[in-house]
Design a protein around this ligand. Structure first.
Ligand code: COA
Length: 497
């Protein structure tokens, strides 16, 4: 059976146990691991590393594509293995360690990590640990359900450990399109001219002698954690669909829209699912992660093609998709995240980017990462890659959090991930604010009246009116602008009594 999976006979004797592979990893090393939004992550070696750290403590810098599944970040955090972590995470235990200042977290645009590695601005990577369905005759590594940063990690690392995961079908072969941009400053254009473009190889090209060890695993990917749509996320989807319809009426879009990108999480997934019952058809996605909604749209005959860097599904949807993969395979391509999220390509294809905010302010600045301005939630992920370069940059959020104690529309966000210059459309369950062509003072009224929760509108209107008395292009009362967070700390709510 393993001949199918390790096709280069010189590599057959590289198969070792996870503990033997983990023993290569030493204190102070930089490790690049596969894994993007819980898909295609290395599963056995990191757990063996954590076990070894209990006997012989060591610390590493861990780079991945994005978030990991199977509690790997939790296990590594609890074992004290993580000194530094980049570029994204979604784990509660790691998040707490980051916010205690114990793990140094570098929150980075997902398209940038391997550019910095390639130009020796960070790194070097000592070992890449990459999950694969197989290694081909030439030593090429065929990834599983994500590519993320795996290709560049493997190409740039000193040595590579491959986890061959038998739970992934060999039918995934051919899904991937590995393209590495040429050297700067005289880089060739990246030749992606449509969602469907295939410009690279179906495997990660590395010489066989670079492979230090091979581990065999059988554990499937962690299921996604998204919640089903609720009345608020459905209302957000409804507002956005209505907006797209009016853009079609005005001749700015046609019924197939422009290629769609949707960020991680429950809200973005629900918004895409809402398109199942819309008049749009022949939709395409140029995104970074494909969630259940992608396959709901394909099954409904609405979505004709999807390009991304990973596939992250619920248990039921995973069984449906990977159990009938031939039905979907010719409508899918997975790319390295620097290509799925590349500013050049996003601008060329005219992407409609739909990402989720924690909060936004009355002028359109968006905070996606820092709770109350200080505490890391997950990270910026790819939202900035898309927002700055999109044809239409949309941010969605519920108008309140924590049962209404927090307004997601505030006078001034205490941390800015997406500036007012990168945001076109804001949507909550109460309505949509179209900020295009509006000056800050015009935006404030539209955002307060269309997006804020009715309970918070009076105090937002009051703030804005008093700020305008002080003047300015972007009026503020600086000593009061972020006082709502202190009010919440003191009284348990941002609502003024
Ligand atoms: N202040 C404090 N907490 C807030 C908040 C606010 N203004 N708004 C939401 N939250 C909390 C929610 O209460 C919830 O907390 P819980 O986990 O304790 O229940 C949590 O944030 C997640 O919110 P939810 O409403 O369930 O939305 P989500 O699952 O869609 O996630 C983000 C929202 C913003 C956290 C998530 O989309 C994200 O990390 N985005 C940044 C990265 C990104 O956009 N990537 C896109 C390309 S990968």
């Amino acid at each position: 059976m393993l001949e199918d999976r390790i096709r280069n006979s010189s590599l057959q004797d590289k198969v070792v146990t996870p503990a033997e592979a983990a023993a290569f990893i030493k204190d102070g090393m930089t490790i690049g691991m596969s894994g993007f939004t819980r898909a295609g992550d290395a599963k056995a070696v990191p757990v063996a590393m954590a076990a070894q750290a209990k006997d012989t403590p060591f610390k590493i810098t861990l780079l991945t594509g994005a978030s990991l599944g199977h509690d790997v970040d939790k296990i590594l955090t609890e074992a004290g293995v993580l000194a530094r972590r980049m570029p994204f995470q979604v784990d509660r235990t790691l998040r707490a360690a980051i916010n205690r200042g114990e793990v140094m977290f570098i929150d980075q645009h997902l398209s940038e990590t391997v550019e910095q590695l390639r130009s020796n601005q960070i790194g070097p990577v000592d070992y890449a640990v990459i999950e694969a369905i197989a290694i081909n005759e030439d030593g090429g590594v065929i990834p599983t359900t994500s590519i993320g940063n795996s290709a560049s990690f493997a190409i740039l690392a000193k040595k590579v450990i491959v986890e061959i995961n038998l739970s992934h079908s060999l039918a995934l072969e051919g899904l991937h399109d590995v393209y590495i941009p040429t050297k700067r400053p005289s880089r060739d254009p990246i030749p992606v001219v449509s969602c469907e473009s295939r410009i690279g190889t179906t495997y990660i090209p590395i010489p066989p002698e670079k492979i230090a060890a091979i581990v065999i695993t059988e554990q499937s990917d962690s299921a996604s954690l998204i919640e089903p749509a609720d009345s608020e996320t459905s209302a957000i989807a409804g507002h956005l669909i209505h907006f797209f319809e009016s853009e079609v009426e005005k001749g700015r879009l046609d019924l197939s829209l422009n290629p769609l990108q949707a960020g991680i999480g429950t809200i973005a997934n629900a918004v895409l699912t809402g398109l199942v019952d819309s008049p749009f058809h022949h939709l395409r996605m140029y995104s970074e992660v494909l969630q259940d909604s992608t396959f709901d749209l394909m099954d409904a005959g609405k979505l004709s093609f999807a390009s991304a860097s990973s596939i992250t599904l619920s248990q039921a949807c995973g069984e449906r998709v990977f159990g009938n993969f031939d039905r979907y395979k010719d409508k899918l391509v997975l790319r390295p995240q620097e290509i799925s999220n590349h500013p050049e390509v996003i601008r060329r294809l005219g992407i409609i980017g739909i990402n989720t905010a924690l909060e936004f302010d009355i002028y359109g600045n968006v905070n996606s990462t820092h709770v109350a301005g200080t505490h890391m939630m997950n990270g910026i992920g790819g939202s900035g890659d898309f927002a700055r370069n999109a044809f239409l940059s949309v941010f969605v959020t519920k108008s309140v959090a924590k049962n209404g104690a927090i307004s997601s529309v505030v006078p001034m966000v205490p941390h800015v991930d997406h500036t007012e210059h990168d945001v076109d459309i804001l949507v909550t369950e109460h309505g949509l604010a179209d900020l295009r062509g509006l000056a800050p003072r015009e935006r404030a009224s539209v955002i307060i009246e269309n997006c804020a929760h009715p309970d918070y509108r009076p105090q937002l209107r009051d703030y804005f009116a008093r700020a305008c008395e002080r003047g300015g292009q972007t009026p503020h009362i600086l000593e009061e602008a972020i006082s709502w967070y202190a009010l919440k700390e003191k009284t348990g709510t941002m609502l003024k009594s």
